[in-house]
Every structure is written in structure tokens, then in C-alpha cells.
Design a protein around this ligand. Sequence first.
Ligand code: GL7
Length: 824
Amino acid sequence: MAAKKAKATNTVALSKDQFKDAIVKHLRSTCGTDEARANNQAWWKATCAAVNELVFDRLTETSKANADKDSRAVHYLSLEFLMGRLTVNNMHNVGVFGAARDALADLGKDVNDICDEEPDMALGNGGLGRLAACFIDSLATLNYPAVGYGIHYEHGLFRQEIQGGRQIERPDSWREYGNPWEICRPESIQEVPLYGYVETVFGEDGKMRKVWHAGRQIKGVPWDIPVVGYEAKTVNVLRLWESKAADFFDWDVFNAGGYIDSQSEKSQAEAVSKVLYPNDESEAGKELRLIQQYFFCACSLKDIIRRYKRNHSDFSQFSKQAVIQLNDTHPTVAIPELMRILIDEEGLVWDDAWKICTETFAYTNHTLLPEALEKWAVYLFEKVLPRHLEIIYEINRRFLEDEVEAKWPGNDEMKRHLSIIEEGETRMVRMAYLCVVTCFKTNGVAAMHSELVKEDLFPEFYELWPERFVNVTNGVTPRRWLLACNEQLANMYNETVGTDWPRKLDELKGAAKFADDAKFQKNFMAIKREKKVELADKIEELCGIKVSPDAMFNVLIKRLHEYKRQHLALLHILALYRRLLENPDYDMGPQVFIFGSKAAPGYKLAKDIIYAINKVADKVNNDPRIKDKLKVVFMPNYRVTLAEKLFPAGDVSLQISTAGYEASGTGNMKFALNGALTLGTMDGANVEIREEVGDENIFIFGMDCDEVKALKAAGYNPWDYYYGNPELKAVLDWLETDFFTPGAPGELASIKHSLLEGGDPYLVLADFESFTTQYTAVDVAYRDQKKWAKMAIINSASVGKFNSDRSIEDYVDRIWKLEKVMPN
Ligand code: GL7
């Protein structure tokens, strides 16, 4: 096995001594210091530079091979890439982690301390952005030609501080002191027009043309982040655009003494890539956000076309060479932009341009939440992108008059219903409709979600074009989410099933036959305990709370949203606390509830829920009466780096969204892979996890999607549940007292009100009883450690399907039709 691993990497990897020399060299030549004076930051940068010697060579080789072969490539357009840290992952992928660790140790440094210097690259909000990061890792690992395109935000997702139990948002500055992984490419700068008006002109040939006279130009500067495939020769690129003023400096204004004025254009232009919008699953609805979307689509399309033109003199082969995947509707404006380029700049006729667009674009839907389905006011489009609005109108006219009319003749109501333009007081562009009308494929992200996309979200479009709708179940990269974050379990698997599993995750299945083996169970649970000890230390360091690694760790980590139902878990905690107070001998094993979550800054109730968790935690953790049987922890600033500590340490993975609302989830996959048992609803990918691990190795509770729909249709009344369950009533009423907020009654009341007067839109009260009942079963199961070990092993060994490499192969097979270019 060891020989096999060496063979895969020894052509390029460095030995420990070579690595040591490289670090020392870079301390001097790259960082301008030496071993005696360098601080950890310099050691980190020198280490990255040493890794980059391998990475950059492969990057150049990959792009040369792609150019030489003129290969078809996927262009993954995403407003978010939640990369986290890159150093450890890149070391693993390039095959030098061991050499680097040993080299640093020889130099008196601990690899973990050095890698801890790296700030998270948090250019995303949550699951959607992290999925994009996993996908580009898999694309490189599988040697597929691919480019990720996004925005080089100066500030990523805000840093969360907790003060007095409340969330405070602080700016994130991930590249304040430079980032060794990115390369600026001034040779590929693009200009982006904005605002202005459209003129109709007639050429000498009598043909009509449209000319967009832009009111402003901004510049897009590309920054490339290498994306290293695991034990693969491919290094792809994530290209992120930074906005700059087109004329960097207005000298006339400056010379006339107007320094401030000359700076204002600069700062306006730079505002475009300044911050990531922190809204998760809700529409941002701001002019700047539309400009962000257009800015990165325009830059990316110009880049794609520039590359295409190196080998082609017309557009006849364009859709054979390029497939563009729209990661949700955020990059939809790329559609009218490509039409504009082809017609206005390249001189194609409408039908030819349209054919190219419909063969080039594909769209992934990531949510059914109505508030997350983007709509842009027509007047805003008219102001910022006047030519694009004309194009959208024309796409819509042809769609309604040709396709809708043919299918539903004379049906004006249907035309109104399916129109890309929504009529009303403020006319709106429905971006998802524009996607479905244009794209050759529309996919959902889990089997159940893809069915709902067809049945509930786009039923008429599905009737029109059933062949366009496909499913691609999400996945996660096992390199980051097992190999790099859980070295102990990774090593155990190396010894049990060999070392191919980081690519072929199905191989873990080989470990399932040891699920009953006492020795294997002991080792597996010892590793879990080790990861729990590590997490307990972190909890004490960050929160000052002592938790026992022998307690059951229940973990709920994801963005805060009512549909994700963190408050359902909170009500359950209150119920347990109450039971313990009423009966100190109440029979339960010691339990720790661990939350990690950011709330969108403007989402009041979400922030109230964070506050409530912290207030309940204060009380519960310091109540001697319950003898440490229950602990509640809210870990501040949940992000990829913290997630890497939490997933390996979880015993119970809470996936408790209202059925039908969580499109997929990906944390559910990371937990199962690391041996946690899911307590979840029949929602998103939970459904498929259950299929893989078996009904007896997962705890399902609550209503399924059909039951949710039926209850809503019948008229849901949360008061029935309030009056029907005395324990539920008691814990809800508790929130109104000052028990958790001494001297300030009512501070937690907004949660109760949202669940009663507010109508409880996500059916928290309806699922409460089933949740608490199932939790008792989880507690009982956990106390039988042999049984639990068996279930945990089966979970970890059975989730090979959720490798993001499999997702990518599905995309390639069903949508992208790519061929591998680099040899392995
Ligand atoms: C999301 C879904 O909510 C989540 O269930 C899914 O796993 C993820 C990736 O497909 O996409 N949709 C969405 O808008 N966000 C998500 O995380 C922010």
C-alpha cells in the first residue's frame, strides 16, 4: 500500500530534506527573513511557497495541455466559493503532507501551528458556496478541464463575535497581509460597461444594429487560485475578479485640486467586489448586487471567448467547446450578456445566437424557498443594463408567442403565469424562468429536491420540456472532509481497506464487515473520543465551558434559518432541562448540545434564536441541580475551519429541517462519513443517506413532505399543539418569563410569538413531540456503546455515494459531456 502511494506521487513530490531546503530558501528569498527571526506567519508563507513550486508547474502544464488539445471545458459560474483554508488540503493533494510535516518538525515547528496562520477564504455563505469548492476539487482530481469563476471579494462572510449572548458582525479581512495562493493576472484584465442607453443604428447595408453607449466602465482584474487535484496531474484554476476603476486616476480633477472627487470614482468601482452579501437563501435586491452579478459574468464570458478565439475564427464550435454551469440564478445575467456579445459585437443573427446560448448554459437550482428565487425590478435593469433588458424582452416574446402558444393555444392566463416578466405594481424579471427557458438542463441537488423542482416549482416548464430536468445529488470531497480533517480515522481506513478510498469512497464499504468486530469497534470509538477531546479543548478555549468527552455530542451546525429549525432543538433542550429539574433522577445519559451558526445581519428572528441559545446555555451550564447531565454550547464564528473540528467529533448529526425545505444539505454527508448518526427528517439528502445506511442506522422523525403539504392544506393551527402538549406549552411559556434573562422578561418571547401568533410557518410545534420521542430512542441507543459503535461504523462505511467525485461524474454524464485531458 505504501509503495502504491509512493508510486502515484514520487515523480514530483519532494522528500523531507528537499522540502526543508525549500522552506529555508523561501524564508529568505520570498519572506525576506531567516530561521532565527521568522514568525509563524513567515513560516507559513515559506511553506506555501515550497508547495507552490510543485503546484505552479502543474498549473502551467494543465493549461498548456488544455490549449493544445482544444478540449471542451466546463465553466462553473458561482457568486460564492467557500474555500476555507488551502494549505493542508493542497499538501495532501499534491502528496507532500508527510514530507512537509516532518520537514517542519526538523526545523522545530509544528505543522498545525504553522497552518493555523492561514485565514479562512470565506467567499461564500453556506452550503451552496461550499459545494462549489468541493466541486472544483473533484473536477481537478478527476482531470476534467474546468474553470471556476467568481468574485474576489475584499471581505468575505463577516466574522461573528458573541457579546452578551448576541451576534455582532465584524468585517472579515482574509487577505490583509497577502495570500500566497493567489496570482494576479494583469494580462487578462477585462473592461465592463454599465448604465447608459441603447441606440438603434442602421449600417450601410441597411441592417439595423443596436449600440449600447455605456455610462461607465469598470475594470475586472483576475486573481487565479490554483485548484490542485488529489494525486492527479491536473491543477485547474479558480479565477476571481476584482473590480477597479477603469481610469485609475482622474488627473485633471486631481490637478485642479479635487483629490476627493478623483477618489470617488475609484471607490465606487472598487465597491463592486468589496463585500460578499451575507444573505443566505434570501434575495438581496440591491443595485450593487445586480452589478456584482453582471460584473463577474461579463468578465468571465469575455475570458471564455478570448480563450475560444485562440483556436477558432467563428462561433460554430462554441457550444462544443464550452459549457457554462450557472450555480443557482445568481449568474443568470450571463445569458443576455452572451446574446448581446454574439449579436451586437460578433454580428450573429438572433436565431444563431440563441441556438448557441441554449446549447451552452445549464442551471442548478439549489432552493425552493420563494424568498430565495431571485427577481429583479425591470426599472433597475433598465437603468443598469438597458440592452440586456431589451434582450430579455425578446427572449420572453419568442418564448410566449412560439412555445407557450403552441402548447396552450390562446391561453393568456398561462402566458401571464409563465412570463419571464412578472406583471404587477413593480414589474420584475424572474431570473429562474429565464434560466429554465434558456438552459438545456436544469438540475436539482438531491433526488427528492429534483422531484419537487419538477412538480412544484416548474410544473408547466416540465410539461413543455421533460427531458431538460435531471437530478444530480450533491456530494462532498473526502479529501477535506475525512483525509485532512480526521487523520486518525483516515489512517485506520488505510489499514483496513487500503489507500484508494480518498478517490473511490465506495471502498470504505470494506470496513462494514468489521462493524461487529469488538476490536475494530474499540479502535473506531477511541478515535471518536480523541476527536471529542480535541473539540472539548476548543470549546473550553473559545467559550470557557467544560464539557465531558464521554457525554453524547449532539451537533447542529449550519446557517441560522427558521426552516432549519434550530429553535426546535432549543425547545427540546428546554424540555430536557425541565425534566431534570422536576426529577433529578430523570433517566438520561449526559448530553452536550453544540451549535454553530451565523445569522444574516438583517434577520431579526434568527439573531433572537442565537441569543436564546446563549441565554439558555448560561443557565443550564451553571445549574448545579442537574449535575452536568446537560450542557449547551454555542461556538462563535462557525466557518469551514471550525467545521473541520466539529464534523469528526459529532455523535449525533442534527438535520431537522421541515420536510420539503432543505434542498439537499451537505453537512449531513460530512457527519455520516465521520461516523455520526443522523437524527433527521425525511428531507433533502437525508432521504438518500437513509437508503445507503439502512433504516436501522438512522433516526428519522417528524412529518414527511406529503404530510407537511397536507397539514398546510388542511389549515395548520399551532395552538392545537400548544394546548395539546403540556410540556410544549410549559417550555414555550418559559421563554416569556425572565428565568433565562433575569430582570428582563420577554427578551426571548419573539420565538414563542413566531410559533403561535406568527403561525409557525415551518411546523416546529407539529414536529416537536415526534422529535423529543425519537431523541429518547437516540439516548437509549447511545448508552449501548457496542450497538452505537456498530451503527456509527456502518454509517461511515456506507456513504461512498456522497463523494463529490460521484456528483461530478453525474454532471459530466448527464450534462457536461467532458473528456479527461491530463493523464493520471
Ligand atoms: C442551498 C441549500 O439550502 C442546501 O440544502 C444545499 O445543500 C446547498 C447546495 O446545493 O444549496 N441552497 C441555497 O441557496 N443555499 C444552500 O446552502 C445557500
